[in-house]
Design a protein around this ligand. Structure first.
Ligand SMILES: Nc1ncnc2c1ncn2[C@@H]1O[C@H](COP(=O)(O)OP(=O)(O)OP(=O)(O)O)[C@@H](O)[C@H]1O
Ligand SMILES: [Mg+2]
Length: 313
């Protein structure tokens, strides 16, 4: 559905917001776009939607050159902007139905789909409340409904779960998966790595405009050193314990020490932690599977050092 090759965007001849990006997204697939503030995620979506012109590289939508034909790109794509939608003077129901009609949906179908979305996201009680009286989360959910009421074949969502409570975030993720099940290709930007790990098919981590890593959540987790992590909460005022030889590299942040552990060393790790607990060097410990968030932080902080090093060089 979407193919990007060698995409580069340089703003005003100086900010390299996207740097030689290539990716493919197919029908029925949800691609998660992760990356630090300013990594270039919004820039990427805006170029695909024909709102920003690439400096170089190609964007192909459904086999057609989207850069040469931005009007076609806007027909094929639905985009939920990162900025909050202005809803002054309209209710969620009016705003959602209006977008459905603008995108060519028939009156009855748009009404049914609006009712279905309002119910699925549990926001029916605000359906007829004027926009200026809505909370930030309900506005965000309304903007999501506006983007997907009459979805294009490529749906792009820029931080759709921001401001949304945990229960409704789950409801929204169900709707995202449903869009893919209905045959849409979905590209979704999020800072919530744990949610992305559970709900997307593939992930691209952007770092200073470049793709730092690409793969399924499971593939990316394999990049971590160790399959498990031992979390130690250090006793107040005591220096962190000397890590055993099998336990490097460790990180210490405040009173928290994190030790990567291979599954084969799990027993040793628990024995060591129990000794530390017995001598009151730590107040508690937990042994957990490595999460994608651990990998993400590792990826971006290493990349940060590389970046700094290359700047220094
Ligand atoms: N219109 C613009 N003119 C000049 N520079 C811009 C413009 N838009 C974005 N940038 C710069 O391009 C880089 C990428 O910005 P972008 O908004 O794509 O990041 P992002 O990954 O979406 O970040 P965030 O997570 O904060 O939303 C940043 O350095 C930003 O300052
Ligand atoms: Mg952004």
């Amino acid at each position: 559905m979407l193919q990007i090759d060698g995409l580069t965007k340089i703003y005003r001849g100086e900010v390299r917001a996207n740097d030689d990006l290539s990716l493919v997204v197919s029908e029925g697939e949800v691609l998660g776009l992760l990356g630090h503030n300013g990594a270039g995620k919004t820039t990427l979506l805006n170029q695909v939607a024909g709102l920003v012109r690439p400096t170089s590289g190609t964007i192909t939508l459904d086999g057609r050159d989207a850069v040469a034909d931005p009007a076609f790109a806007r027909r094929v794509c639905s985009l939920q902007l990162q900025a909050q939608a202005p809803l002054t003077g309209v209710t969620p129901r009016q705003a959602i139905e209006m977008l459905g009609r603008i995108r060519g949906g028939g009156r009855q179908r748009v009404r049914q789909r609006t009712d279905q979305l309002l119910a699925a996201l549990d926001i029916g009680e605000w359906a007829n409340v004027p926009g200026e009286r809505l909370s930030g989360g309900i506005r965000r959910l309304t903007a999501f409904c506006m983007a997907v009421v009459e979805p294009g074949r490529l749906v792009m969502l820029d931080e759709p779960t921001n401001d949304v409570d945990p229960v409704r975030r789950r409801l929204m993720w169900q709707q995202v998966r449903q869009l893919a099940a209905d045959g849409c290709a979905v590209v979704l930007v999020t800072h919530n790595v744990a949610e992305a790990e559970r709900s997307v098919d593939r992930i691209i981590v952007l770092d200073h405009g470049r793709a730092a890593a690409t793969g399924t959540p499971a593939e990316l987790r394999l990049r971590a050193s160790g399959d498990l992590r031992l979390d130690l909460t250090l006793a107040a005022g005591l220096a962190p314990p000397e890590p055993p030889s099998w336990a490097s590299p460790t990180t210490v942040t405040g009173n928290r020490m994190v030790v990567p552990v291979a599954t084969a060393e799990a027993q040793q790790a628990v024995d060591w932690a129990q000794q530390l607990l017995a001598t009151e060097a730590i107040v508690q410990f937990a042994l957990n599977p490595i999460s994608l968030e651990d990998v993400y932080v590792g990826l971006t902080s290493t990349a940060e050092e590389d970046h700094d090093a290359s700047v220094a060089a």
